[in-house]
Design a protein around this ligand. Structure first.
Ligand code: PGA
Length: 245
């Protein structure tokens, strides 16, 4: 089991984003009520750029679907450009016509982040669970904001951010850098029917190899995904350069 490889799809850098966008558009075309959780960060940017055209090509729409945000920073004002909800709106939601029937985010502006986690899980339960979770891969192996040290049973919760995660928020203009966040838990991610781990660029080659070829351990939360029967890893050439044969 430890060395079992998941469904691994390797694309050229030029073809990678269109492949992911076309695959996702196909899911929306087959299941207009799709319930999908989406990440922010740099990895999905070209995928989201390609998605409106891919949806048109596939005859799909998000008009009856539910889109759930994977994670969110705490202690950042509403509308801040670094906020995950702002990012996903800008990168994707605002560019989709029709808009998704539901866009479910963490309500972190009410002053009670624990309640925001409870409410997010309740909203997912109310739509009947998640069909598909798309994920980026942190350079430290994190999944969402499930940082190294997170067991597979960890639920949706308030978390302290790892230094690399704080630094990443600075790329979007966060100042001061956030130190806390809320994230869909590993348990809720692993409860989804399908998981697609999106990995691009040489910067992720080492941690992708660690996640797929190394031990399954909370030290590398992405490695915990290997226990999921619906895991698909979609990587570009550069990201797989450290993988074993
Ligand atoms: P990136 O981050 O897509 O900005 O590289 C991924 C992550 O940290 O989850």
């Amino acid at each position: 089991m430890t060395n079992q490889r998941p469904d691994l799809r390797i694309l050229s850098a030029a073809a990678w984003a269109d492949h992911v966008a076309d695959s996702l558009a196909g899911r929306f075309a087959n299941d207009p009520g799709l319930r999908v959780c989406l990440p922010t960060g740099s990895t999905p940017v070209p995928v989201y750029d390609a998605l409106p055209r891919a949806l048109a090509g596939a005859g799909g729409s998000v008009g009856r679907s539910a889109i759930v945000l994977l994670d969110e920073y705490l202690d950042m004002p509403a509308g801040h450009p670094a906020r995950c909800d702002t990012q996903l709106r800008r990168m994707l939601i605002d560019r989709l016509a029709p808009a998704p029937a539901r866009f479910i985010t963490f309500d972190v502006d009410g002053g009670d982040p624990v309640a925001a986690c409870v409410a997010l899980d309740a909203a997912i339960d109310a739509i009947g669970g998640l069909d598909l979770v798309l994920l980026g891969l942190g350079v430290n192996g994190h999944i969402g904001m499930n940082e190294p040290g997170t067991p597979a049973q960890a639920e949706t919760r308030v978390v302290d951010l790892a230094p690399t995660t704080m630094t990443a928020a600075g790329r979007y203009g966060a100042d001061p850098l956030p130190t806390r966040g809320v994230t869909l838990g590993m348990a809720e991610i692993l409860a989804a029917r399908e998981i697609w781990l999106l990995v691009s660029g040489a910067r992720k080659a080492g941690i992708l190899a660690g996640s797929l070829d190394g031990p399954i351990t909370p030290d590398v939360p992405a490695s915990l995904l290997r226990g999921h029967p619906g895991l698909r890893v979609i990587a570009d050439d550069a990201a797989v350069s450290d993988l074993g044969a």
